[in-house]
Design a protein around this ligand. Structure first.
Ligand SMILES: [Zn+2]
Length: 56
């Protein structure tokens, strides 16, 4: 079983959509199913924002 989502860089931040903790994959269907291959778009956006912040 491969959890590709676990290697995504945006896992460094919490997901604003479902509240997944940093390091944990996003979930779907009310948190009952992990998203193994991708994350929410909002999480990627939050990650991009946090990167900009730390670079400042
Ligand atoms: Zn998510």
């Amino acid at each position: 079983m491969t959890d590709r989502a676990r290697s995504l860089p945006q896992l460094a931040v919490a997901c604003p959509t479902r509240g997944a903790a940093p390091g944990e994959p996003c979930t779907s269907h009310g948190g009952t199913r992990p998203r193994r291959t991708h994350t929410h778009v909002s999480r990627r956006a939050a990650w991009a924002t946090s990167r900009k912040d730390t670079r400042r």
